[in-house]
Design a protein around this ligand. Sequence first.
Ligand SMILES: *Cc1c(COP(=O)(O)O)cnc(C)c1O
Length: 335
Amino acid sequence: MLGPELEAFEREWARLVGVPHAIGVANGMDALSLSLMSSKLEKGSEVITSPVTAAATVLAILRAGLVPVMADVDPGTGLLTPRTVERVLSNKTTAVLLVHLYGQVRGMEEWIQLCQAHQLQLFEDCAQSHLAEENGRSAGSFGLTGSFSFYPTKNLGGIGDSGMVTTQSPEIAENIRLLRNYGQRNRYIHEEIGLNSRLDEIQAAYLRLKLKSLESGNSKRRSVAQRYFNELDNPEIILLSPPSQRRAHVYHQFVVRAKNRDKLAKHLERCGIPSLIHYPTPIHRQPAFSGIVGVKDSLVHSEAFSESVLSIPCHPGMVASEIETVLNALNEFRS
Ligand SMILES: *Cc1c(COP(=O)(O)O)cnc(C)c1O
């Protein structure tokens, strides 16, 4: 049910991100698909995105009746680059959907310029980048929309599914408010083919409470990451490029690369340290997506990324001794 807790949460989130409008929806994938649906891109036109992302990014493009086209990532960050996106532009391209992977926001000025030069809409997948900032501006305030997920594992996580769209555009905001509630503006008058994508009051109330510790949680994640950057010392383990500004990364994940990644994961497991792979299979290699998503250029860096990345523990609850246990295990690893 829509109600006052959600309205308050929307106001708070809009203010934090620095945009006039925030619209609560049922989950992060809906935030992405409603963003694309409300922007009225030509059906069947192409949206360029990254193959190193959650499936939801690409499912949302498909659900909006658009064609996902893959561009390669930078091996140092796992992010798309203007160069790799330019290589797959076509006269059918209408948008770029950037994924602020692992919590990083990078080079936004350049992305805005590229999209202006080619008359493309810019969308941001901010599911992992809550309150990451570049030059004082938050992720989710650069593009036509920012799409957030508050799935329990995200930096701001609920007790179930929910999501949010941020936008500067009053038209997009109004249209998403309509679409999330069966396409009705006034009760029982359906103006568009909408869906049920409401953010519940109980969820909004819980998220408002959790919101109080989001900023401190992000800064704890940054201090864990700083220790990894300072003290990781093993030629077999490669760090990703550090952010150019401290606030430009909120470390939803701390990711390292290793040629013998699977051995490293086993070694950590033996030391009692959990690790995960984000993501083991690039989108274009997934059974459901191969042949459906556009592949027009080599995706060699994305593939190498999937084979070598490992996400190591990095969360606000970590204490010094736990960070040291992880560091010791990583530094003693020999393949
Ligand atoms: C979590 C996530 C999503 C999807 O969010 P849901 O709330 O699970 O639908 C989309 N994109 C990225 C990058 C994510 O990490």
